[in-house]
Write a protein that binds this ligand. Sequence first.
Ligand code: AMP
Length: 385
Amino acid sequence: MSPADKTTVGILGGGQLARMMALAGAPLGLRFKVMDTSAEACAGQFAPMVVGDYRDESTLAEFASSVDVATFDFENVPAESAQWLAERIPVFPSPRALAVAQDRLAEKTLFRELGIPVPDFATVETRTGLDEAMERVGTPCILKTRRLGYDGKGQFRIRSLADADAAWAALGEQAGTVGLILEGFVAFDRELSVVAVRGRDGEFQTWPLTENWHVDGVLSASLAPAVADDVLVATAVEYARALAESLDYVGVFALELFSRDGELLANELAPRVHNSGHWSIEGSETSQFQNHLRAVLGLPLGDTRMVGHACMLNWIGAMPDARPVLDESGGHWHDYGKSAREGRKVGHATVRADSMAELAHALERIGQALSREAQVAPVRARLGV
Ligand code: AMP
């Protein structure tokens, strides 16, 4: 009998993360039910759906009655809805972990309490409050919504005091709803993430540290393992472990970090499988999607070790031609089955190779064939080839 016999996993949010979770769970014999506000959500191509608002109790009740355990593809599910579900069925990660990750202030406060360095920050409630916060934090800085921001949305970069009016015009209205926070701008050398998993029994593992490149606030490419010294890697892992333990976290999460002169500063916690861990589908012994399911079901975790080197390239807006990736021996294609739309994550490719040089050459060929030299260039530069 399969350990997951007749188990149905419910996923709140039906995007590509839910879709890849369902694909990873199929070999375990799992069934899935996905809840989303749109009947077009791309996980619906692989799993039955419940369509409705996350705040609607009858939709939540229908969802709860048809699943054995619930998890998330999307962290902005209202905390009260997650709590409502958790009173009826097991929900992982917990509503508390979700609530912390939903609020940049709660998140940064927890990072500080745990001794994890963060950029300077201050909350902002009024236009004069913005001036005071700018005095405390200094310029350049970034005004961000406390809640509901993602992929660089709900952010305004402030270069000097003269930008304060424009920042307030862009986001001031949201001070009374989702709240605002001002953060010091970090002149980072690079962006890194550690994707980690913690089981119901407290077992903790991380995938190798990953380096990420963003364009307009949206992830463009990831390289694993990051080219980094052992001390930096160990520090990132210890920060992730401290967070996981303090939240009694169950499942996969990502800790996004800035690296500046060898020092790590935490940016944010994503309480779910993460775009910077997509390479693990082909690049590691056990993918983030499968290990997330194992964690929430209380099954033994799989090894997170990777074989060789992997680079993930995100496809934003529209899918390019698959052939140049499929032509590579280590090329893997992921089309999320979404319609094309500007700024939308519609798919990704992972290229895996045994050596850094081979990976760099494969990326060079793909970049040229798809006229995406700029997307692969920073990764090739890091690989030093
Ligand atoms: P976030 O939504 O907070 O992850 O921000 C999206 C991207 O904006 C990050 O990956 C960084 O590239 C950039 N960013 C956000 N916050 C800061 C900061 N305090 N300093 C420098 N860059 C930032």
